[in-house]
Design a protein around this ligand. Structure first.
Ligand code: ACM
Length: 548
């Protein structure tokens, strides 16, 4: 599955070398992020105009139309999309089946733009690079008169290092409106990221409509109030904001987001948490609870709730019913079932659950959790999908077909890869973007803790040295996490996510030899101007200002 690009030096440039081909990259003129595998500056530029025609292989017509639509607002051009056989100079999209998945070649000369790619993703990424070569105003949503829409001439050969380049969004702690979710996905695509991990259920809120079990959202999507300030363990010491917090995605909303993401080459990976982080679910359906004698309501504080699912046959059937609806909504291969931080106290204290451990021939609560996850793994496998879980699913034995998301450092990922399982790296140390971005915490909005500045995010290496080449092939890639206990709204979400996700995009796309923080910082000012044009409330890194 893993794509490795090995480009012999002799193939990097076609034909005899000229001074122009050997010109060093000019990071401010060619501020492409993530950094392409090969970029050779050329003299001159191509100027887009209202007469530019996009001629395309039929396979890339949708990609061409998306590009033309994106350009229409800022430029005012309504560019024609025609078949390859049509006449006219401009932008040409050709299919080249010899290129790897998601790869592209891009040539810009004063006479036009030529893209070659094997698949839609490659063509899409080529045109994203073209947009980055245009003035940042190309990202504006309204007409920008008086701009020369020039693409500097260049030769680019590019392909991603990893197939999984993702970002997560916790819509459980704070509901994030559908329109913002689409903007978040759009921003991922502009960074050539291709996985959106949508965290949909939590102790503090169940956010996905399930038609068979309407109380999941009727009850579980609303909490009466929310703890104010930093979480405290002692309930008597908490104070609350006195306002309900509610929200969920109707199935039509989900279909809209999934289709929007697909147009941008992003696969949505939904997460339905089990058996832990389930207080909102048990508040809605107390029969699911390991403490059926008491209904805790939807959780109103942070931290991890002890209310977890009771792993009876009827709970297994209930959660598989939920997954059946999830499968119908999310066509991608991966379904995330959580599996993290399931506090086992209620299982230890419940005689019926202790009897179940013995009846199933298991030794302890970890094996019981593993048994429960296996029921989901078999169900998803039987439906042609892949289960993903946080690294706790290793405890008590890993389900046969599980993919592991390693968050408590890299160790879980290393163990899983060694056992022949696919892995996505998501270590708290480098990829939790709910952490502080500065050590001067007093000047930052309240955050959960930690410290991951831009340089640290940039420096993240997804592939552990400990793995052999065969084991390393199981590392699909990595992703950034945006947990929202202390992120109440989209603006603050953007502040925490950007520009760290920009740095991560290069860590998951660009080959190690192309990763260079000082070079990234030279490209960043122009990229920040793009984020300004896109109305992203990013945190401005110290000493770096946007330039047009
Ligand atoms: C996690 O941060 N509990 C996956």
């Amino acid at each position: 599955m893993r794509l490795r690009i090995l480009i012999p030096a002799a193939l990097l440039f076609r034909g005899p070398a000229t001074a122009a081909q050997e010109a060093p990259e000019e990071p401010t003129r060619y501020a492409v992020i993530p950094r392409p595998a090969v970029l050779a500056a050329r003299p001159g530029h191509y100027r887009l105009s209202a007469r530019t025609v996009v001629r395309t292989d039929p396979a890339f017509r949708a990609v061409a139309r998306r590009f033309v639509l994106d350009l229409a607002a800022p430029t005012g051009f309504d560019l024609a999309v025609r078949p390859l056989s049509a006449a006219g100079a401009g932008i040409v999209l050709r299919r080249d089946r010899t290129l790897p998945a998601e790869a592209y070649h891009l040539d810009v000369t004063p006479g036009g733009v030529t893209v070659r790619a094997a698949d839609s993703a490659g063509a899409f990424y080529a045109l994203e690079s073209v947009k980055q070569l245009l003035p940042p105003a190309v990202y504006r949503a309204a007409s920008v008169p008086g701009v020369a829409w020039e693409v500097p001439a260049v030769h680019i050969e590019d392909a991603p290092r990893f197939p999984w380049r993702g970002a997560h969004l916790d819509a459980g702690r704070h509901f994030m409106p559908k329109e913002f979710v689409k903007k978040y996905v759009d921003l991922l695509a502009r960074h050539k990221m291709n996985r959106f991990h949508w965290h949909l259920t939590e102790d503090q809120g169940w956010r996905l409509e399930i038609t068979k079990y309407p109380r999941l959202t009727a009850v579980g999507s609303c909490r009466p109030h929310t703890i104010v300030g930093r979480h405290v363990q002692d309930p008597a010491k908490r104070s609350y904001d006195g306002r309900p917090h509610c929200g969920f995605y109707a199935q039509d909303d989900v279909r809209e987001v999934v289709a929007y993401a697909a147009e941008r080459m992003v696969t949505v990976v939904p997460e339905i948490e089990m058996p832990g982080h389930a207080q909102a679910a048990v508040a809605a359906y107390p029969l699911l609870s390991s403490r059926p004698d008491t209904n805790p309501g939807v959780y109103t504080a942070w931290g991890v709730s002890p209310f977890i699912l009771n792993p009876t046959d009827s709970t297994v059937a209930f959660m598989q019913d939920v997954l059946r609806e999830v499968l119908a909504l999310f066509p991608g291969p991966w379904i995330h079932i959580g599996g993290d931080e399931a506090i086992k106290d209620q299982w230890k204290g419940n005689p019926a659950i202790q009897a179940r451990i013995r009846e199933l021939g298991l030794t302890d609560e970890h094996e019981l959790q593993s048994w429960f996850i296996r029921q989901m793994d078999r169900f998803l496998t039987a439906h042609g999908r892949r289960l993903v879980g946080w690294d706790e699913i290793l405890e008590g034995g890993l389900a046969e077909n599980a993919t592991v998301m390693s968050w408590r450092g890299m160790a879980g990922g290393i163990a899983a890869a060694r056992a022949g399982h696919d892995v996505v790296m998501a270590p708290g140390s480098h990829t939790y973007f709910d952490h502080y971005q500065s050590q001067d915490q007093a000047r930052e909005p309240l955050a959960i803790g930690g410290f991951t500045n831009l340089e640290k995010a940039y420096g993240f290496e997804p592939l552990p040295k400990e793995l052999t080449a065969a084991e390393a092939r199981h590392v699909l890639g990595a992703q950034g996490q945006l947990w929202t206990e202390y992120i109440p709204d989209p603006k603050q979400l953007e502040y925490m996510a950007y520009p760290r996700l920009v740095a991560l995009s290069e860590a998951v796309w660009s080959a190690p030899a192309r990763r260079d923080y000082p070079h990234f910082l030279l490209r960043l000012p122009r990229h920040l101007a793009r984020l300004d044009a896109l109305d992203v409330n990013y945190r401005r890194p110290e000493g770096v200002a946007p330039v047009p």
